[in-house]
Design a protein around this ligand. Structure first.
Ligand code: HEM
Length: 218
């Protein structure tokens, strides 16, 4: 038996279902990694890991998770085009809502892919576009993550399984909790900054008023 035959028999590559299983497995893996990257990013910006890990590591790992997730989504999409049962054309994969199967929810997946790609690419453009634009684009990752969740849940065959359903809901709830924590923290930080700014302004006014008052008394 040749090596190719052996591999083909081991994994049933010549069966119609092989590619379908592969695209679903890659989709699930890609979803999990994109979720992990999203929650890792929230944890990093909430400074939860600062006492335990180096910032340089947590930042690089965040970027690495995003690329790994995108690589699995690349496999998810390429295999979809190789599938003999319902082969996708390049346009059906690239242009949202052209899918022959569940066009709306698959279209949401295409948009989620573009958003995740945009956010990941801007890791390299931070110096050129500035910190504020980088941060604003980065917020889109939450929209991308939400799109990926809805896409997996409503386009996926496995969503009928209690394990898959629980995975989507569990990961979503963890993300929601971290988003609320991050927003509360951000609000608290803004309030502290505002208080400090007002205090400095008051001190500055007091200091400029004092010499004037001293001058008047002479
Ligand atoms: C961030 C981007 C994406 C993520 C995280 C993602 C993830 C997933 C997940 C988790 C599933 C469910 C798998 C299952 O239940 O077995 C799925 C299904 C599917 N995805 Fe994606 N996907 C993304 C982008 C795309 C794109 C760009 C396409 C292109 C057309 C696409 C096409 C599909 C199709 C057709 C299914 C249904 C497969 C089936 O269960 O029969 N996805 N995806």
């Amino acid at each position: 038996m040749s090596m190719i035959n052996l591999i083909s028999n081991l994994f049933a590559i010549d069966s119609l279902q092989f590619w379908w299983y592969l695209t679903r497995a890659a989709g699930l893996m890609g979803y999990f990694l994109i979720w992990l990257s999203t929650v890792w990013g929230l944890v990093v910006s909430s400074k939860i890991l600062d006492p335990f890990m180096e910032r340089a590591f947590t930042y690089d790992f965040h970027e690495y998770l995003s690329w790994l997730g995108l690589a699995f989504i690349g496999i998810h999409v390429i295999v979809l085009m190789a599938d003999q049962y319902l082969p996708y054309t390049l346009w059906q994969v690239l242009i949202p809502f052209l899918s022959p199967y569940r066009p709306f929810w698959v279209g949401i997946g295409v948009i989620a892919l573009y958003l995740s790609l945009l956010v990941t690419v801007t890791f390299y453009l931070k110096a050129r576009i500035g910190a504020q634009a980088f941060r604003r684009i980065h917020y889109l990752s939450l929209v991308g993550y939400l799109g990926a969740t809805l896409h997996g849940l409503y386009a996926g065959t496995d969503s009928v399984l209690p394990a898959a359903n629980l995975m989507y809901k569990g990961t979503f709830l963890i993300t929601l909790f971290l988003v609320v924590y991050w927003v509360v923290l951000l609000y608290g930080r803004k309030q502290d900054e505002e208080k400090l700014r007002k205090q400095l302004l008051r001190e500055k006014r007091r200091n400029t008023a004092r010499p004037a008052a001293a001058g008047n008394s002479r």
